[in-house]
Design a protein around this ligand. Structure first.
Ligand SMILES: [Zn+2]
Length: 319
């Protein structure tokens, strides 16, 4: 069985809408190297493109929370691989291998090159990296899903390559991103990582965001007014850099916290609403975190409404 055969069958299998929209994508050769995932049709912002279970899972941290040694990781990956079915082994073996440690072995090299936080996903392993990705991924542990889901962060045009960020782009300037991406043997050619002037302007914004997130301003009462201005400015910066996923949501969260410290209820509602709007796009409204925050906003609005009603009621005659 060729890897292309396995590829065709595994793309065809899996979820169908509304849980997944993999009919909108195609896997083919990418100019970034190897294979990539491309839009077969226009994909609107917020579309859940893939919902996938891992092909192979291995815990990458040891019992004291430190990354496992290469030897231990190799051994654990091999043990997990040996438990896979024949079809899954062939699918795993068809994935790209890379490790800076040449002694790590083929199975572990596939793991190192392709794993998300909790393991290797067969279809999602084909996403290439961009520091300004158009897809966000997150594990949805809701009872009806229990899969890693991949969402369009903005409208994606037919033929465009779909990318995720392997790193926290908003926290790293170009040099830091280059160093981190060496773990995947990846040299990024995204809009922020090359040298013409428009692209340099983009990198300037990301570097500014990176500095901001290194020591984000305090949101306590003493500094809330000034901090709110800074979080608002970073929200605008994040949006104009094209970082419209959790980077933007975190800025709105900061604005919300400052508004709480300032005791400005209407502003709290505004910022929570903005955060939720962004979260809906990048995680979906069936994600437990979205639902929790959504409930919180609903209760908060109800309390405000009751308080407003009481305020307007004429005072009763107590004499
Ligand atoms: Zn880049």
């Amino acid at each position: 069985m060729t890897s292309n055969y396995a590829l065709k069958n595994l793309v065809a299998s899996g979820e169908t809408p509304p849980l997944d929209s993999r009919h909108l994508i195609v896997v083919r050769a990418s100019s970034k190297g190897g294979k990539g995932i491309f839009a077969k049709a226009d994909i609107p912002r917020g579309t859940r493109i893939i919902a996938e279970s891992p092909l192979l899972t291995v815990e990458v941290f040891n019992s004291v929370g430190k990354p496992k040694s290469d030897t231990r990781l190799s051994r654990d990956v091999l043990a997990a691989y040996n438990l896979l079915s024949g079809t899954k082994r062939r699918a795993y073996d068809s994935l790209h291998k890379y490790s800076r440690n040449s002694k790590i072995g083929d199975k572990a090299a596939v793991f190192v090159a392709n794993a998300y936080e909790d393991g290797v996903y067969w279809l999602a392993a084909r996403f290439n990296h961009s520091c300004i990705p158009n897809v966000h991924h997150i594990y949805n542990n809701g009872k009806k899903i229990r899969k890693r889901t991949f969402h369009a962060l903005r409208d994606i045009k037919k033929g465009e390559e779909l990318t995720v960020s392997y790193i926290h782009s908003e926290k790293s300037d170009r040099r830091a991103r280059e160093t981190e991406l060496e773990n995947w043997g990846f040299s990024c050619t995204c809009a922020a990582c090359t040298n013409d002037s428009a692209r340099n302007a983009l990198e300037w914004k990301i570097a500014k965001l990176a500095r901001f997130w290194k020591s984000p301003p305090r949101t306590g009462p003493a500094s809330a007014k000034k901090s709110l201005e800074r979080y608002e400015a970073m929200a605008v910066m994040s949006e104009s850099a094209g970082l419209v996923g959790n980077s933007l949501a975190k800025c709105y969260r900061g604005c919300g916290k400052c508004s709480i410290a300032l005791g400005d209820s209407n502003q709290v509602v505004k910022w929570l609403g903005k955060e939720l709007e962004v979260m809906k796009y990048y995680m979906g409204d069936d994600h437990p975190t979205f639902q929790e925050l959504s409930e919180l906003l609903k209760s908060f609005k109800e309390i405000l409404k009751t308080m407003e009603k009481r305020r307007k009621e004429p005072l009763s005659d107590t004499e």
